[in-house]
Design a protein around this ligand. Sequence first.
Ligand code: SF4
Length: 197
Amino acid sequence: MADIIENLRKNGFAVTEFDTAAQAADYLAGRVHGKTVGMGGSITLQQLGLYDKLKEAGETVYWHQVTPGDGTLDAAATAQAYICSANAISQEGYILNIDGRGNRVSATLSRKETVYFVVGENKLSGPFPEALERARNVAGPRNAQRLHKNTPCAAKGDRCYDCASPDRICNALVVLWRPISGCGSMEVVLVHEELGY
Ligand code: SF4
């Protein structure tokens, strides 16, 4: 794990570490106070209880997982800060995300003041091919099941079938080798727990 953290920092990503999801949620609430916040679809963020925490604090936060619709997605896309998870982080310190609609990956590329990637230890992978394998064969099928998609991976729950289903959720892969130029900062908030898929 230490080498991944070191490589993330060498690549230009900030890294903060927390023992628990609750600590990470407290930290993020402090960091985004007073800013508009967009959130990407994520079981990890759900487990943090972050949306409720921010709303209770009076923050302006947009999350389609609570309020579905294009208006929420558009507002999240233009928020000052964006918070999502990652499907995997490779040993080289690259951040991988696969997306279907593109709202999540495009928001991470859109030169926000800050983008936070909240990840549990279970998202830390080996070299890039292993991280890609994880993103495709672990995160993809489990997310397809969560979203009740009509795909072979959701039905069987074992691996990606590189399907041609209309319900396919894997249409784009974004690998961040380094922070996007013009983005204020990109930060990995690493939680030493198992979170999300
Ligand atoms: S490409 Fe299709 S089969 Fe593979 S993980 Fe995505 S939805 Fe499932």
